[in-house]
Structure formats: C-alpha cells, structure tokens
Design a protein around this ligand. Structure first.
Ligand SMILES: O=P(O)(O)OC[C@H]1O[C@H](OP(=O)(O)OP(=O)(O)O)[C@H](O)[C@@H]1O
Ligand SMILES: O=c1cc[nH]c(=O)[nH]1
Ligand SMILES: [Mg+2]
Length: 209
C-alpha cells in the first residue's frame, strides 16, 4: 500500500487542534513539529536493523539490534517544510538535509523552483521529503523529479494533510513512493487550497500575511 493515513489518537488530536481558525503561530508551529515526529515514527517502521555485539553493563558481550546505517537525507520543501524539520531530526539526528525551494504560482498552481541544495551520495540514500500540504501534488512531484534525476533510489513522503488530487498525481508519477499523512481531506477549493485543510501552512508557520 502506498498511502498510509495515520489514525493514531495523538495524531488525530494534534491535527484537530491545527485546524482551528484562530490558531497562533506558536501553536501551529509546535503542533507541526510534534506531528512530524509522530509521522516519522510511522514512516521509518521498515528501516533495516543489524545485530551488533556490544559490552553490556555486566561485563558480558551482548547482541543488540541497531540501525543498519542506511544513509538518509531529509528533504524539506521551502518554506513550509521547514516547520516539520526539527520533529524529523529529533528521531533521525544523523540524517543529512537536502533543501528544495518551490513556491506555487497562485494563478496556474504550477510549482516555481527557486533553490536547491542536495547532499552528496544521493544515489545511496533514502530521501524523506517533508511538506505539510500535498494539494495538487505539483510541488511534490517536482521535488521527486529532482531527486530521481540525481539517482536517488528510494523516496518517501511525509505530509500533514493530503488532497485526493495530490495523492493521485504522486501515485501516477511515482507508484513506488510511500506517502505518510495525518489525513486525506475532501477536496481542493477553486484556489487550489485543501478543504477542510489547514489554510496556508507556510504563512501560519512563518507568521506572514
Ligand atoms: O501540492 P501543491 O499544489 O504544489 O501545493 C502544495 C505546496 O504549496 C505550499 O507551499 P507554497 O507554495 O505556499 O510555499 P510556502 O511554503 O513558501 O508558503 C505547500 O507548503 C506545498 O509546498
Ligand atoms: O491548502 C493548501 C494548499 C497549498 N498550500 C497550502 O499551504 N495550503
Ligand atoms: Mg504558502
């Protein structure tokens, strides 16, 4: 299955709080980070482990299960994706960060790229792309295209809210990419905003507009 809508009570509670019209920048930001952390826990369930021997407290050598050391890069899509970054790095502290800057043209809804800086060895890394909103899917597919073009072999997507249109677009372009989301909402409105959604996530995280 490539779409994972996480219905854990903590995830649903925090997302519910984020939907409140009058939410403060501080609360929105905090909740975005907390949700990112919970979704990262879900999205990393299949990371490979390997057995290693360590010196235990009693003096005996003991076998423990540690991450196999697959290289990970986290890819926040500017701006709003930055609001999830701390939550993800809390759980994967050694991950490298690749940054993609895209904004959506308000008329055409097409993504406009303005920045990119990728880590090296992308061809050996799992990329976890983070953005609160998957609306038309244009920004996400453009980001996956950039990663794919640089040889990235495995990509996952974590979003807070996804529209059916965006899920469809990602699945058509990248059927192998797993999407983790706190909610699959109803639809897009005439301006391409997710309904019920969260409003403009970038503006809410950065306190702009
Ligand atoms: O699925 P799409 O239709 O492409 O829309 C989703 C994109 O729109 C928002 O970014 P925005 O363009 O508002 O930029 P910002 O993060 O700088 O506010 C959001 O954070 C996604 O990146
Ligand atoms: O609902 C939406 C759609 C795109 N970008 C947002 O921030 N929110
Ligand atoms: Mg925005």
């Amino acid at each position: 299955m490539s779409v994972h809508a996480i219905d854990h009570p903590l995830v649903q509670h925090k997302l519910g709080l984020m939907r409140e019209a009058g939410i403060s920048t501080k609360s929105f930001r905090e909740l975005a980070g907390e949700l990112a952390k919970l979704l990262t826990y879900e999205a990393t369930q299949d990371l490979e482990l390997q057995t290693q021997e360590i010196d235990g407290w009693s003096g005996d050598k003991i076998p423990v299960q540690l991450l196999k050391g697959k290289k990970v890069t986290i890819v926040p899509i500017l701006r709003a994706g930055l609001g999830m970054l701390d939550g993800v790095t809390d759980l994967i502290p050694s991950a490298r960060i690749s940054v993609v800057g895209l904004y959506r043209n308000e008329e055409t809804l097409e993504p406009v790229p303005y920045f990119e800086k990728f880590t090296n060895d992308l061809d050996e890394r799992l990329a976890i792309v983070i953005d609160p909103m998957l609306a038309t899917g244009g920004s996400m597919v453009a980001t996956l295209d950039m990663l794919k073009a640089r040889g990235c072999p495995l990509m996952k997507v974590i979003v807070l809210v996804a529209a059916p249109e965006g899920i469809r677009r990602v699945q058509e372009a990248y059927p192998e990419v797993e999407i983790y989301t706190a909610a699959i909402d109803e639809r897009l409105d005439e301006n391409g905003y997710i309904v019920p959604g969260l409003g403009d996530a970038g503006d809410k995280i950065f306190g702009t507009r």
